[in-house]
Ligand binder design. Sequence first.
Ligand code: TYM
Length: 328
Amino acid sequence: MKRIVSGIKPSGDLTIGNYLGAMKGWADNQFDKGNENFFFIANLHAITVKQDPVLLKKRTLDIAAWLLTVGVDPNRSVIFIQSMIPAHSEICWILNNYVTMGELGKMTQYKDKSQKSGKEGQLAGLFDYPVLMAGDVLLYDADEIPVGVDQVQHVELSRTIAQRFNNQHGETFRIPKATLSKTSAKIMSLSNASEKMSKSESGDSYILLEDEPDTIIRKFKRAVTDSENKISYGKDKPEISNLLTIYSEFSGKKIADIENEYKDSGYGKFKTDLGELVAGKLSELQKLYFEIRNDEVRLANVITEGNSNAGIIASEKMSLVKEKLGLH
Ligand code: TYM
């Protein structure tokens, strides 16, 4: 039996980067026999940057509804809210004593975010983010953590923390490993292919799951490309390679087949077709999403049941940890 655990922050609207890099894979891999899946909404991580409480609560439910929309099935996966399981905060404090400031200071995400957020935004919570994340996965004895490339460093640190704890106190945590989507572990920005697509960058650089068809088509038309006008995948063509990846993910076609299909076309046609393809798929998903989102009773039931199932496992692990440390 394998345990699969991963989370997503309700800190903004979801992009196709979140979808292709993480959520789609979560849904697709639920059918592997013997896997136990836990997917949660990381609202405690979200508050490492300022949030409007009303909006945060709404977005938490939005994400739960999106998980159901993309096919995460509550009969196959436990869907829960991080803040509703007190063990997440509790274990974070304990694990803080198994990691150094030096190790946390080396985290790329911390360096990037603290640089961008100015002195007032350099909160201790932002620094401690990876430790909360380690607790998220160690509580459940996770084997695999399906994430995008940007989170791999954090999962590596979770391994270090778990190993250190186990060495000092005997076998307590399973050692998790990050697993990446083969093709789309890093969807890049449409304006700058050297940066990941992210909701915290400028509006034209990302596609939101909730974007209107016209907006999607316009954003793809404006996507920055080189001047070669040749549709081919390769290291020296990061912009077109990114668009080919997105095309392939949304169409289910192989990249080589798409290259072949467009060998006599220029970027204009390719970008228009890509926009229409993604707009079409996302409008179908949006229709389903609004149905699911409007059924608040069902949504609440799914979450209550998920919280309860996750809570049982998390508190068992918490008891073991406290026992090991003489804290019980
Ligand atoms: P968040 O909400 O920032 O991202 C959620 C997931 O989406 C992936 N992702 C991408 N993948 C490919 N291309 C992109 N452009 C892109 N943008 C985002 C992220 O890698 C992530 O897998 N810290 C986590 C949330 C979290 C978590 C955890 C994950 C909290 N605790 C424990 C795993 C295990 C995060 O980045 O969320």
